[in-house]
Design a binder for this molecule. Structure first.
Ligand SMILES: Cc1ncc(COP(=O)(O)O)c(C=O)c1O
Length: 381
């Protein structure tokens, strides 16, 4: 491997959200979704050049950045988008909130599935709307959408928006063409816009699985979908706040643009230049990252499934393992594993108590130490 993902980089004293939580203690943070790897070297060089230049003024979208995105989406998914469909935002969550603000009337419902990335729960009420949730179903050890329950919910009362996480966080489901088409049909039938958060789309770990952008499956899908994407998870630059939204429908796009005006700031210079370099010069780095994460995933899968009371389904994408610990009968699994020296995310914040989320985007030796601590603690009970 050309890139050294085994390197341990000290993140203490960097105000890292992930590491500050356990400052001064011997707890390995394996919670928040950023990785403990350096960003790709070409991205670091680009940032270095900006720092050396020394002026951080208001910045336009760099020449060629939108064109690179258009080309990548075509190469990866045969999805042809127009330049004017693209809007840059300083984060996916802010775009998700704008979508909730724009879609539907104040009394409308916004639907999502559970468990899900916690900011999905807050976005509707942040914007004066109601939230309704539909649990995912597990079929053959894979979480997927419960179409019947979704239909019932859409019929139940006026739903304006469906917040879709694809690939899925947590759990890592990569949705199939058939699943996405069915969702699109269902939403079209009930006049529901889809906000498709595809932030994890570059992190597909199974070589035989492929991400399919929701908006790319048909003309109907394009018309009713707001797509959210970013280089942030993929290239480990989430703190730089650069993401983009793709909205083919002009009317919807104008509403979103109008709502953002004066509230959502422009993306900063470092984020924009890092994004351009990430999408143009870092293919090899990403290939190697996927292969490294795939091996970490295999280790997590095999170790966790041997731990008493723990169950983990195969993980198709992301660096996040969604572990069912109900069999341990622990009242507070997160506190238990913290005591054992591992900091995990609590499933209750994702809408599913009895589960924990483990971030395996870290050097293998750190992962192995974390898993050993979990295993020992469960063994001693
Ligand atoms: C599904 C999903 N959407 C959005 C985000 C965060 O996006 P941003 O930091 O760009 O707001 C995350 C981070 O973990 C995520 O998992």
């Amino acid at each position: 491997m050309k890139y050294n993902f085994d390197e341990i980089i000290n993140r203490t004293h960097t105000s890292s959200m992930k590491w500050e939580e356990y400052k001064g203690s011997d707890i390995i943070p394996m919670w928040v979704a950023d990785m403990d790897f350096k960003a790709p070297p070409p991205v670091l060089d680009t940032l270095q050049q900006s720092i050396e230049h020394g002026i951080f003024g208001y910045t336009l979208i760099p020449d060629g950045l939108n064109e690179i995105i258009i080309e990548n989406l075509y190469v990866l998914y045969k999805w042809k988008i127009e330049k004017e469909w693209l809007l840059w935002t300083p984060g996916v969550v802010s775009a998700l909130n704008v979508a909730c603000a724009v879609c539907g009337r104040p009394s409308d419902k916004i639907v999502t599935t559970t468990p899900v990335y916690p900011p999905f729960f807050a976005a509707p009420s942040n914007n004066g709307k109601f939230l309704a949730t539909v649990p995912m179903v597990e079929i053959n050890q894979r979480a997927t959408l419960d179409f019947d329950a979704l239909e019932k919910e859409f019929k139940n009362s006026s739903t304006s928006l469906f917040m879709f996480c694809s690939p899925y966080n947590p759990g890592g489901t990569v949705f199939t063409n058939q699943e996405i088409n069915r969702l699109v049909e269902l939403c079209a039938e009930h006049n529901v816009i889809i906000c498709s958060d595809e932030i994890h789309s570059d992190l597909i770990l199974d070589r035989d699985k492929h991400h399919i952008p929701t908006a790319s499956v048909s003309k109907t899908a394009a018309k009713q979908t707001i797509t959210l994407m970013a280089p942030s998870k993929t290239y480990n630059i989430p703190g730089l706040g650069a993401s983009f939204t793709i909205i083919p429908d002009e009317n919807l796009r104008n509403k979103i643009k109008f709502r953002m005006r004066g509230i959502v700031p422009e993306v900063n210079l470092l984020g924009l230049f890092a994004a351009k370099t990430a999408y143009t010069e870092c293919h090899e780095w990403l290939e190697q990252l996927i292969s490294y994460l795939g091996k970490n995933r295999n280790i997590v899968y095999s170790k966790i499934n041997k731990m008493p009371g723990c169950r983990l389904n195969p993980i198709e994408s992301t660096y996040l393992a969604w572990i069912d610990v109900r069999g341990t009968r622990l009242d507070d699994p997160v506190a238990f594993f913290e005591k054992a020296g591992v900091g995990l995310s609590d499933g209750k914040f994702f809408g599913q108590k009895g589960f924990i989320r483990l971030n395996f985007g870290c050097p293998r030796s750190v992962l192995q130490e974390g898993l050993k601590r979990m295993e020992n603690a469960l063994g001693k009970r």
